[in-house]
Design a protein around this ligand. Structure first.
Ligand code: GSH
Length: 316
């Protein structure tokens, strides 16, 4: 794998495939552990463009953690040092300053946590204000932390919401596995492929994954993916589905079909979550999503981003 210094260049294998590196901070928050569940101790750094960060924002809302875990939104336009805060991209609306250290870039936090850090400077970042370090930078783990770690500090209605219920774990795990590879990461494997063959392999797998998802949701016009309850599986698919027509269809050449015309059941399921549940719609910023995906000099040198689709998501 080529070594990459510019944060906007993504890891590519010799045959042109996009290969997502594993996350590097994978601690838990738990009673009696290094990271104890406490109010006002943890801070989440995100970019609205990022679906992985989007998972954590939705889970934070669903679990009512807004007063327990604070959030900072950085600009959705990277530069050569990666994600930047408002002072490094002041013209970008809706981005914020780093309230903890006044950092200019997300990478400053990685170096604060680990001076010799040599991985990728990704969002989301779950930061510990007490020990001044990164707790976890893997969204699938952060949403599980949010699901359980703070339950004792939460009112009953939020504590009892379980996004990963014991009786559905087997089904959720097996769905997560192919859905991550084919769909959630499939859009990136299509968009960041550097050979025709790698792109075609990824995009075919992606649409097979969407076809499979469509069938699951068609079964009795299901409201949720697994069982009859909202689970993390819905959160994980939603963040990809909501970006699909707006960004992946065009920028990542995922254009065999789109969601609104090609997948009526995914569209119905997505619209229901977006329009009927504020936890899902609140962290969706279509302006950031478009501005960022189309802000890749290597893939879109003019930086012009498309006007459509209009509307970004259809009405119910
Ligand atoms: N496994 C990570 C992936 C996070 C990730 O790749 N985030 C992207 C933004 S969508 C990122 O920050 N990329 C910056 C880079 O790779 O330099 C997770 O799910 O949290």
């Amino acid at each position: 794998m080529a070594s990459e210094t510019d944060a906007r260049k993504f890891p590519i294998s010799d045959d042109g495939k996009f290969v997502r590196p594993p996350s590097t901070f994978t601690n838990k928050i738990e009673k009696g552990g290094k990271f104890e569940p406490e109010k006002d101790r943890y801070h989440l750094y995100v970019a609205y463009v990022c679906p992985w960060a989007g998972r954590t924002l939705i889970a934070r809302n669903l679990k009512g953690l807004q007063d327990i875990v604070s959030v900072t939104v950085c600009s959705s336009r990277m530069d050569s040092k990666g994600w930047r805060f408002d002072d490094a991209d002041p013209d970008f609306p809706g981005s914020e300053l780093d309230p903890l250290y006044g950092s200019s870039h997300i990478r400053d936090l990685y170096f604060k946590a680990e001076p010799n850090f040599n991985g990728r400077f990704t969002v989301p970042v779950l930061w510990d204000k007490k020990l001044e370090t990164i707790v976890n930078n893997e969204s699938s783990e952060i949403i599980r932390i949010f699901n359980t770690a703070f339950n004792e500090l939460l009112p009953e209605e939020y504590a009892k919401l379980d996004l990963y219920p014991e009786d559905l774990r087997g089904e959720i795990d097996s769905l997560n596995e192919w859905m991550y590879n084919d769909v959630n990461n499939g859009v990136y494997r299509s968009g960041f492929a550097r050979s025709q063959e790698a792109y075609e392999g990824a995009v075919k797998g992606l649409f097979e994954g969407l076809d499979r998802t469509e069938k699951i949701l068609a079964d009795g016009s299901k409201t949720y993916l697994v069982g009859d309850r909202l689970t993390e599986a819905d959160v994980r698919l939603f963040v990809t589905a909501i970006r699909f027509d707006v960004a992946y269809h065009g920028m990542f050449k995922c254009n065999i079909r789109n969601i609104r015309h090609g997948y009526p059941n995914i569209n119905r399921w997505m619209k229901n979550l977006y329009w009927n549940n504020k936890s899902f719609s609140e962290p969706i910023n279509f302006q950031h999503i478009k501005a960022s995906y189309y802000h890749h000099p290597a893939y879109n040198p003019t930086g012009i981003h498309p006007v459509g689709p209009i509307p970004a998501i259809e009405a119910l």
